[in-house]
Every structure is written in C-alpha cells, then in structure tokens.
Design a protein around this ligand. Sequence first.
Ligand SMILES: Nc1nc2c(ncn2[C@@H]2O[C@H](COP(=O)(O)OP(=O)(O)OP(=O)(O)O)[C@@H](O)[C@H]2O)c(=O)[nH]1
Ligand SMILES: [Mg+2]
Length: 280
Amino acid sequence: MFSPTIQWYPGHIAKAERQLKEQLKRVDVVLEVRDARIPLASHHPQVAEWIGSKPKISLLNRMDMIPDYLHGEWREWFNSQEDTPYFTNAKQGKGIKTVKIAAQKAGVAMNQRRQERGMRKRPVRAVVIGFPNVGKSALINRLVGRKVVASARKAGVTRQLQWVRISDEIELLDAPGVIPWKLHNQKDAVKLAICEDIGEASYDNQLIAAAMVDLLVEVNFAKILQPRYGVDPFSMTGESYVHNMGLERYQGDKERAARQLLHDFRTGAMGAIPLEFPPK
Ligand SMILES: Nc1nc2c(ncn2[C@@H]2O[C@H](COP(=O)(O)OP(=O)(O)OP(=O)(O)O)[C@@H](O)[C@H]2O)c(=O)[nH]1
Ligand SMILES: [Mg+2]
C-alpha cells in the first residue's frame, strides 16, 4: 500500500494534552473511547502511563460501523489483554447504560475509601479520552441524556476541557481528542485519515482514497466497490481506481472521485466495514 507521510499535531491538541494530564490527577475513572473500525490504530500508546493505577473502561464506539460478528472476536482479544470492551453507538445511544453502571461502580470504591477516612461522599469523576472524532462528546451527551457538549462530524470539534455534571453520582470531563505528537506507524496514520479521526489538513484526499481502496481489497471488503461505482478494484491499484472512477463518473475529476469514496465510507453508505481485526 502506498503511504504518504501524515503528521498532524495542531496547537490545541498540545495544549489539551497538558491540561488533560493535569486533570487526570483529580479523576477517579478513565473512559477510553476507541473507533471500533480501528481499535488498535485509535489507541493512544501513552494511555497506560497517564492513568497509572486508576480504573479504566475501554469503549469501542461506532459499533454500528463494523459487522456484528466482530464484536465477539474483539471481546475475546480484549479479554486476552485482561480488559473488557464495552461496545457503544453513541450516535443512537446504544450500550450506554452498561457504561454508566461500570463508571458508577468505580465510584463506589472511591467513596468507600473516602468514608473510611471520614470524608463526605462525592460524585465519581470520569474523564472521556480518545482520538479526535471517535465520538467522545456524543457519548457524553448520551450519558447525560441531552446535548450538553458540541459533537460533529469533524476531527477537532472539542477544543477545551469541560466538566459536565450528569447526576449526583457522576461528573464527566469532556476532553479534546488527543493523538501522539508523532505518528510513527504510517499505516495506522492512513487508517486514522480514512476514518476521519485526524484533521483533514494533514492528508491528501486522493492519496488516502487510493490507500483506502487498497486496504479494502486487503481486508476483503472491496466487493461493494464494483456495483457501486462501476469500476472493478481487483484488477488495478487504488491509485488507478481513483483515476478510473474519476473518468467513469466525474469527467476525469479524480478529486471528486476521492471525496465521494471517503464520504461513502465515513457515512457508512458502503456498509459496516472494519479496517482492523483482532491480532491472532
Ligand atoms: N455511526 C456512528 N456515528 C457516531 C457514533 N458516535 C459518534 N458518532 C458521530 O461521530 C461524529 C463525531 O462525534 P464527536 O462526539 O464530535 O467526537 P469527539 O470524539 O468528541 O471528537 P473531537 O471533539 O473532535 O475530539 C459525530 O457526527 C457523531 O454523531 C457511533 O457510535 N456511530
Ligand atoms: Mg468532542
């Protein structure tokens, strides 16, 4: 697969990362949200270091964007890592209740310790962290039950840390998406770009659309392309695919072809397509 060099680390993320580390000291439990289409590439390698011994709840959001049979396979893999994944669809509010219960449970232990030391009960403080655009703010809105923070289809919507009280039991901290300052693994970077989990200023649509076609062939989800766009992905490279789709449908406009491909993948119009599978 052809991989252009992708780097994206805007100023607001550098600032958010500093503030997040500061706020983490005050937090009882960490909700780490990953993109179910790319649970490995959308995991920040420093999460473990940041949270230390605090309890962590792993969420695979966008569960609707991968086939159901993969839920069980990922569950097994997370279990083998001594972790329990919670599958959510923050857009439609699925899987939210169990997450809430898990977060509250973490608070019980915290309040027990406080009581033992003669301190008053307080709401459990949870922070929602993860890459940009994975659905952190949408999840918070679902946990609260109404729209309290901005959520939109674009990486970098949340710019500042914001505490939200959801009940007497839980307080949530919405944080901007945080990514490593350097994307060492360019194959992961390409996946992040395809899934729109990094800002669009960091990549070229045509290169990423071409890489996506190559990747869809690689993960065996390219069959949808020929009937949809009238070009057969199995007889050519992704680069030629974008070129030919441009000729076929947009008077030779490759950029329009690339945008259409990315748009259709990202909105789910191509179907539920995973870009990663649990390591064997
Ligand atoms: N299909 C689907 N879309 C989702 C899901 N969760 C969130 N979205 C959509 O994804 C987009 C991004 O959601 P946000 O909540 O803004 O993501 P975020 O992680 O807060 O993003 P930043 O603030 O930019 O870091 C929105 O358009 C949501 O409606 C989901 O489970 N399934
Ligand atoms: Mg947000």
